[in-house]
Design a protein around this ligand. Structure first.
Ligand code: SAH
Ligand code: SF4
Length: 394
């Protein structure tokens, strides 16, 4: 945490209406799902495909939320849509803006649950860090979200809705008459690195990312979407085949003994099994390289020997290694490695021929950095003592 006071801008919005009387929310429906919904209200079969395209474009390319604005549809049909459907996205409860421009949103989803979404502006891009679950079933010992029990999976609509919410806040929907794709995108990249393990919510994450990648949807290239997993091995090949986005893996250790403690899913699928799945990924997904995320924890996983082991392990895998200085959170049982240690580690990796960027912590003053996310309404259910005991017991 930095000492300086953050510029915070809390915007408490009035609670919005929930979908009325069983109306179906169209946000997050797949093309087939939307088609079925339109057929069910009597849309002629012959027109269904065209109507899907039109409605899809209004929602995802123009950011329209009411049917009456869909001017290329007949008035009567618009009324019919309005009787049966809604276009709903998660509600913003608060927004904080960091000194470095990072924006952290707390959004409320059905059931009153809350998740965090982070927008990180950079010179050549703007990345949205999206959540896939409320909480997480996994209990990585360095991760704040891991102290929060899984409440539920997000729906596809709630996942794609986070992107739409951010585009609302950035004011980047095209203006009427302005051709779509004219301006550089403020929200140009998506990382599934918020709360939750995306591969434990596979179907909804896939459906949401399909909308994000669709040329008539949010229209981001699959190379601008990175899914981060802690290592759910059986789902990795499926990710390549059914999503095809870039993959990042929370590697964090070079021996099973240490990884078992840091990323407990390692006890189920160990380093060897994980590496086999990763080796196959670039070919299956036709993507260039895998990002290995490695959190730098003082005296835990940060020696030169670790760096050399890491290089050896990933030999033959097209890779980039992202070193993440540990971000502390209240009660966290670790410390960030010293800067010289991180540099020495990075140097070994770089000399072995891999890009080894050190991720600059962003939005630390508002607890928006990697691994700091945790919804405020779901306060720590584990005490510091508990976390420390679990870490030691491993
Ligand atoms: N569940 C997924 C994605 C969310 S975590 C996964 O584990 O990959 C996103 C990244 O932040 C992961 O690499 C995670 O290991 C890292 N992370 C978690 N807690 C952190 C912390 N306190 N400091 C730095 N990085 C952290
Ligand atoms: Fe879950 Fe990822 Fe945090 Fe592990 S690092 S507890 S998998 S969110």
């Amino acid at each position: 945490m930095t000492a300086s006071a953050p510029i915070t801008q809390d915007v408490l919005t009035m609670p919005r209406k929930l979908p009325e009387g069983g109306k179906t929310n169209l946000v997050g429906l797949t093309r087939d799902g939307l088609r079925d919904a339109l057929l069910a209200i009597g849309t002629p079969e012959k027109q269904a495909k065209m109507r899907v395209n039109q409605i899809w474009q209004w929602i995802y390319q123009w950011g329209v939320r009411d049917f009456d604005s869909m001017t290329n549809l007949a008035k009567g049909y618009r009324a019919q849509l309005d009787e049966n459907f809604v276009i709903e996205i998660p509600e913003v409860v608060s927004k904080q803006v960091s000194l470095d421009g990072t924006r952290k949103y707390l959004v409320r989803i059905a059931g009153g649950h809350e998740v965090e979404v982070v927008y990180i502006p950079e010179t050549d891009r703007g990345t949205l860090c999206v959540s896939s679950q409320v909480g997480c079933t996994l209990t990585c010992s360095f991760c704040h979200t891991g102290t929060q029990k899984l409440v539920r999976n997000l729906t596809a609509g709630e996942i794609v809705g986070q992107i739409m919410m951010a585009r609302d806040d950035l004011g980047e929907w095209p203006k009427p008459g302005e051709p779509a794709g004219e301006r550089p995108r403020l929200l140009s990249n998506i990382v599934l690195m918020g709360m939750g393990e995306p591969l434990y919510n596979f179907d909804n994450v896939r459906d949401a990312m399909k909308i994000a990648m669709d040329g008539e949807g949010i229209s981001l290239s699959r190379r601008r979407i990175t899914l981060s997993t802690s290592g759910v091995v059986p789902e990795i090949a499926k990710t390549a085949e059914e999503i095809g986005c870039l993959l990042a893996v929370s590697f964090h250790a070079t021996t099973d003994e240490v990884r078992d403690k840091l990323v407990p899913i390692n006890k189920k699928w160990n380093i060897k099994e994980l590496l086999e799945a990763l080796r196959a990924y670039p070919k299956l997904s036709n993507s260039e390289r895998i990002t290995f995320e490695y959190v730098m924890l003082k005296d835990v996983n940060d020696t030169d020997a670790d760096a050399r082991r890491l290089v050896k392990l990933i030999q033959g895998i097209p890779a980039k290694i992202n070193l993440i200085p540990f971000n502390e959170w209240p009660g966290s049982p670790y410390q960030r490695s010293d800067w010289e240690r991180i540099e020495s580690f990075a140097d070994i990796i770089y000399k072995a021929g891999y890009a080894s960027p050190i991720r600059t912590p962003r939005g630390e003053d508002i607890m928006a950095a990697c691994g700091q996310l945790k919804s405020a309404t779901e306060r720590a259910r584990k005490s510091r003592a508990q976390i420390e005991a679990e870490t030691k017991a491993g």
